[in-house]
Write a protein that binds this ligand. Structure first.
Ligand SMILES: [Zn+2]
Length: 106
């Protein structure tokens, strides 16, 4: 029952305070406890590998030339270049001859 992830204040001393002050403090404590829990789950470092990725310039599948459909299109990054396919099945074709398809971007 006891959760010791975050340091707990001593509620005993709050009995000396006026009710609204105590309520404010308790509310603040509850918020800080929640915040502490959130911080513990946050990764220490957040890198942004997409910063150097060149965006995909076409609005069609690089393999089949089919229009890209939202929810069905498959996006991946190859050598810093974002690639979009009309479906994940086209990835196999792309991998057979990447240079041939990448030439479409130039
Ligand atoms: Zn496809």
């Amino acid at each position: 029952m006891e959760r010791r992830l975050c340091p707990k204040p001593n509620f005993f001393h709050m009995k000396k305070l006026k009710p609204f002050v105590a309520a404010t403090l308790i509310a603040g404590v509850l918020m800080s406890v929640t915040g502490c829990k959130t911080e513990n789950n946050t990764p220490a470092t957040v890198s942004s590998p997409t910063a150097a990725v060149r965006p995909y310039p076409l609005n069609k599948c690089i393999v089949s030339d089919e229009a890209l459909e939202a929810g069905k299109a498959y996006t991946f990054v190859r050598n810093g270049q974002e690639i979009k396919l009309c479906c994940k099945d086209c990835l196999a074709d792309f991998d057979k001859d990447p240079a041939k398809y990448l030439a479409k971007l130039k």
